[in-house]
Design a protein. Structure first.
Length: 261
């Protein structure tokens, strides 16, 4: 366990920044399938990509198409949604539940259909990449689809870190209350970082840890805390529970993805 050693300066900053609220909810859902465009991992704030019954990667259409340079229009008709995508090369029209698609007024058929679930339209990622003439590669080890919008090769955009865990115990927070460096209550998704390596306020996605007190598989996180012993590629994850109980976390190797704001 590492004492965070917050200074009096942190207290004044906490007061000034007390209105800062992390955009991640406490349950911090796992991304079973991740999508990267060039060197940028896409942040899906609620609906997440998934593999359908045809083993195709379905992605929430808006978040991906925006990164690919499309404008999007959609119209709901009963249980179906018609979507039209435009960029400087193509116009694509599709309807949820149907395999038939129009690309520049030419009818084509997808291997699987687009889906409409809980207010989100999902589209097969490979279809989007092929329609946009963008190559896609699959990194099985990280369950990561990489779209090379610029046509160049891009490696999976994560960094290897060592991680420890800390609690709300005052002895781990410089004797102060259970708040982070920016004045927010400590919660699942709070992590302490070395600001010279990861700037404060950075959105993250973390996976590779193994502990019952954290979301299984991976979680969104926010770099809003620091620690006296958190230096270099070392990250301290807040976990609810007692200081004694968190000793079982030890030191673990994790993957850290940085998300755009």
């Amino acid at each position: 366990m590492f004492s965070k050693g917050l200074t009096c300066l942190a207290v004044s900053i906490a007061v000034m920044a007390g209105s800062f609220v992390s955009p991640f909810s406490a349950h911090a859902a796992e991304m079973n399938v991740k999508v990267q465009v060039n060197d940028e991992l896409i942040h899906f704030p609620d609906a997440q990509p998934f593999l359908d019954n045809n083993h195709s990667t379905q992605v929430p259409i808006r978040f991906v198409t925006e990164k690919l340079g499309y404008t999007l229009q959609w119209q709901k008709d009963g249980d179906q949604v018609k979507v039209t995508l435009n960029n400087n090369k193509h116009t694509i029209s599709l309807t949820s539940g149907q395999k038939e698609v129009q690309i520049d007024n030419v009818n084509v058929e997808m291997d699987t259909h687009a889906e409409y679930q809980e207010g989100r339209v999902y589209v097969p990622l490979r279809f989007l990449s092929e329609a946009a003439d963008i190559p896609v590669q699959w990194d099985a080890a990280s369950r990561l689809a990489i779209l090379s919008k610029d046509g160049n090769y891009h490696a999976p955009d994560y960094e290897l870190f060592q991680s420890t865990a800390y609690s709300a115990d005052p002895s781990e927070n410089g004797g102060y209350a259970a708040i982070d460096y920016m004045g927010n209550p400590l919660a699942v998704g709070t992590v302490a970082v070395d600001p010279s390596v990861i700037p404060l306020g950075t959105k993250l996605y973390i996976e590779g840890y193994n502990f019952n007190g954290l979301p299984a598989g991976g979680m969104y996180a926010y770099a809003t805390d620091i620690g006296g012993s958190v230096k270099g590629n070392h990250l301290d994850i807040f976990i609810p529970g007692s200081k004694q109980a968190l000793k079982a976390f030890g030191i673990q190797n994790i993957k850290v993805y940085r998300l755009s704001k």
